[in-house]
Ligand binder design. Structure first.
Ligand code: PGA
Length: 247
């Protein structure tokens, strides 16, 4: 069957994190119990800071929200400082009125990671669909930990991280501390099942990945390009991340 492709909405602005927080805030005004798909990484820190400010000023509330994060490192228990569970606790749960019992991530310390991936996928199917999925993008075009080569019909599963991603993420680990080799990630089809997707990219390091995503056809070598199959994608970019888009 031929792909039906769409052109994402693109907004270029100096503070895309603020715009992402505002989109989430507008959704929660309308639907306080919305299901959010959340992401980790440096790009998301200012988004969560804006959300925390909104909660502190009673302009927004996450109290009734259910959240599902994209991914987690295999081998890191929730308390580990570099786990994504810890990242979410530090940057969002402890800073907002979010109910930690409604925050979900794959359990990186599960004894059977494959079974944990299947459990997580089933839980999203049961409690979803995700109303708004927040995404970052890797310099290599990954979304979640769907590295180049990931199929468009992939679901939540255990994946091996590329050397490039491990190198990119080493900055979040102590010098000499090993970066995990595997992760549990929502698949590309899991991500595409969200009602709408907001992808945030900042800095020139993401410019090539954004240009590749927009090149025209979904390709496994740029996993983010599968977003062209979704009808409601909004790219929020700063000028540096948008700098290689061909007009
Ligand atoms: P970053 O990660 O925000 O830390 O650059 C984004 C990603 O890899 O998805």
């Amino acid at each position: 069957m031929a792909d039906i492709l769409t052109t994402p909405r693109i907004t270029i602005l100096d503070d895309p994190a603020r715009a992402a927080a505002e989109e989430i805030s507008a959704l929660l005004d309308e639907t306080p119990s919305a299901v959010l798909g959340l992401a980790t990484g440096g790009t998301m820190i200012p988004v969560y800071r804006r959300i925390a400010e909104g909660c502190a000023a009673s302009r927004m509330s996450l109290a009734r929200t259910t959240t599902f994060n994209l991914d987690e490192y295999v081998g890191l228990p929730p308390r580990h400082r570099q786990s994504y569970h810890h990242f979410m606790t530090e940057h969002l749960v402890n800073q907002s009125d979010m109910n930690p019992a409604r925050m979900h991530l794959p359990d990186g310390a599960a004894p059977d990671p494959d079974a944990e991936a299947a459990r997580y996928e089933a839980m999203i199917a049961r409690q979803g669909p995700i109303d708004l999925q927040l995404l970052g993008i890797g310099a290599n075009g990954h979304i979640g930990f769907n590295e180049p080569g990931s199929p468009g019909d992939s679901r939540t599963r255990v994946v091996e991280l590329t050397a490039r991603t491990r190198r990119d993420n080493a900055r979040y680990f102590a010098p000499g501390e090993p970066v995990p080799t595997h992760a549990i990630t929502m698949g590309i089809a899991t991500i595409l099942a969200a009602r709408r997707i907001v992808l945030l990219a900042t800095g020139s390091g993401k410019a090539q990945a954004i240009a590749s995503l927009l090149e025209g056809v979904p390709r496994s070598d740029c996993p983010a390009s599968f977003l062209l199959r979704h009808r409601q994608v909004h790219l929020l970019l700063d000028p540096a991340a948008a700098s290689l888009i061909r007009r």
